[in-house]
Design a protein around this ligand. Structure first.
Ligand SMILES: N[C@@H](CCC(=O)NCCCC(=O)O)C(=O)O
Length: 270
């Protein structure tokens, strides 16, 4: 049985009359079907009650990137600059989803906005426009930029902790912890890391680029970059998804065994 991987959706207005749609990019569907080796299950941005129903049936959670941003009120931050996109319904779904997934030991991989959500869900705060802060780099992409290479190409290098979980995921591959090239499509980033979030990779300006969640044996990891865009050509991106997929497959097996164990007494009684 392939693991069921929940994918967080945004609420986006498009189509006839710009009606609201619950949507996730095709890249996330392809990466679940590809190196993760699972079956994609879209999680609508429909709030906590749906999370409670869905989570026990899932084997992994993939938190997606988005042009929208976590509402500042959720981390006691100053209001966004006018025109900064938010998605309150997504926040009302993903933050409880993250806390519940960690409590239940459901493997979780968080990408870009998902990584920022992970930090906020666990009590951290965000910088809203890294490019405006003194001494920091511009990690963003112009919104009118359509060249595919912006997503698949590399924008800067990150330094990776040599003794961390990311280094372990990548063991046996050809890479150097001093400089791993990544793409970059964000304005915001971790300001104060949540107490349970342990940073494991940094951009040259100190921006946290990857972190693991402490206090759980489950796979619980986030990256600020976008491995979903280049896993076909980048072995490090691909490996990240494969390790997550293996953790989800393990959970699927345990769920299946537990379901069989529950059924056994009933069979014996017949
Ligand atoms: N809006 C946040 C999060 C950035 C993010 O998740 N970007 C995804 C962009 C996807 C794409 O354009 O291909 C921020 O700005 O930090």
């Amino acid at each position: 049985m392939r693991p069921l991987i929940g994918i967080s959706c945004c609420v986006k207005a498009f189509g006839a009359n710009a009606m609201p749609n619950h949507a996730a990019s095709d890249h996330y569907i392809r990466v679940v079907l590809g190196p993760i080796g699972g079956v994609p299950v879209l999680i609508p941005a429909a709030g906590e009650a749906v999370v409670a129903e869905l989570l026990p049936r899932l084997d992994g959670i993939l938190l997606t990137g988005s042009r929208s941003n976590v509402q500042p009120l959720l981390y006691q931050g100053p209001p966004h600059l006018e025109g900064t996109p938010e998605d309150a319904e997504r926040d009302a779904t993903t933050l409880p989803l993250i806390r519940a997934a960690l409590a239940a030991g459901v493997p979780l991989l968080a990408i870009c906005r998902g990584f920022q959500e992970l930090n906020v869900a666990l009590g951290g705060t965000l910088d809203q426009r890294i490019q405006d802060l003194p001494g920091r780099m511009d990690h963003s992409t112009p919104v009118d930029q359509v060249l595919p290479k912006v997503r698949t190409g590399k924008a800067h290098a990150v330094r990776v902790a040599e003794d961390g979980t990311l280094a372990r995921f990548w063991s046996g591959l050809d890479w150097s912890p001093a400089a791993v090239p990544v793409n970059s499509l964000h304005n915001q980033g971790v300001c104060r890391a949540a107490p349970r979030l342990l940073p494991e990779a940094w951009a040259p300006d100190g921006t946290v680029e990857a972190a693991r969640v402490q206090g759980t044996d489950a796979f619980a990891f986030g990256v600020q970059w976008h491995p979903e865009y280049d896993w076909k050509t980048d072995a490090l991106s691909r490996r990240l998804f494969e390790v997550f997929g293996a953790a989800a497959a393990d959970r699927a097996l345990r769920r299946e065994n537990a379901a069989e164990a529950v059924q056994l007494p009933a069979v014996a009684a017949e």
